[in-house]
Design a protein. Sequence first.
Length: 434
Amino acid sequence: MYSYKIIGGKPLKGDVSISGSKNAVLGVLAAAMMLDGPCTLENVPDISDVHVMVDLCRKIGATIEEVGPYTLRIDPTTINTYQATGPEVSKIRASYYLLGALLARCGKAYLRLPGGCNFGQRPIDYHLRAFKAMGAKGTNARDIDNGIIKLEANPLKGTRVFFDIASVGATINVMLAATKAQGTTTIINAAREPHIVDVANFLNSMGAKIKGAGTDTIRITGVPTLPGNFSYSIIPDQIEAGTYMIAAAVTDGDVTIRNLIPTHMEPLSAKMREMGYQVDEDEDSIRVYKDEGTEIECTNFKTAPYPGFPTDLQPQAVVLLCLASGMSKMHENVWESRFQYVAELQKMGASITCMERIALVNGIDKFKSAYVNATDLRAGAALVCAALNAEGTTFISSASRIDRGYENIVEKLTALGATIERVENSEYVSDDEA
Ligand code: UD1
């Protein structure tokens, strides 16, 4: 167990390079389990969620070797079981992709219920209903509480699948299952996040027939084999990039964030410009800074599926709003309970009132240092941003949650001039946490 110790108050300056996308690579790793030959993945981020997923893939028999920096050689032809039922499955949310991948590869899939950040109910009923509509037999959406989901392909046949809400996970999972199903599957009201397009591009480069990824209607024509034998490079992480944009802004810094896709950042860039920040785009970089004397103005955000404002940047954006003049509003439309971190920000002097899915944020001059806890991955990232702004020393416990999704965050922030280090909890735990 370790904490982050951050001495804030310094403007971040310089360049930072964004790593491969966490949510894309988790989907692509599962997709790689369906191939009939090996493949090479590049730009794989070195984060703990990826380590867990690689471990899960190895446990079902896949051969995965690190063949260079951020590069994995994957041979799924050695897979020898359709069962992923160990306790490690519950460490991450994206283990649910093994359902679609194993159904497609083995005709059967047994999976322990996935885990992930706790921000309210995280059902997988859409995934199971869609597999059933495609002909799978087994565990029903209403009785998934028994710990292990058991599905049999029986076989999988293409059909029309409609989601009430554009679910990222269900869209990717159905895409995986449909890739080797008989006939054509049409997903209506599909999610459109950049990582969905990345998984589809990966599969298409390996021989799949997926059209429309990135729109709300995806058509997948099943193919009998996926030859593989190609290299594929993972897209940059939209959420990591957005977190550094916000960290630059709240420290009055001047940072160029490199190796990102500017169009993916548009929902955040537009809002930051509206608030008064300068956000200069280049082909694959964005520079964030503030002109001297500019007053940062309050605004309102609403989270929504892509191309709306990403819920995974909501806590970090609230930190931005805390430092704007006047009253701002954050409306969380995706998750029912994603404001647990507000109590931690309040310890740092934030003036926020939550009413169900809305947070009313009153501007303050500066955060103050405190002992706080990273209640989940993005909550932790928000606390890092607040601590970088605060005068004095902040300790963020449960820092391993932050490392689930941020590669070398200590090293990257240090290179930008921040004072941040990993410290053992036992040395610095505050009285109320002891
Ligand atoms: C993924 C991301 C997560 C992000 C979220 C929304 C990964 C590994 N995780 O999570 O970081 O916050 O997208 O962008 O990529 N829903 C149902 N039934 C289902 C599935 C979803 O009701 O079977 C609802 C959820 O309760 C939620 C909404 O749909 O309100 C969106 O969830 P979804 O897009 O599926 O999120 P995840 O794939 O779990």
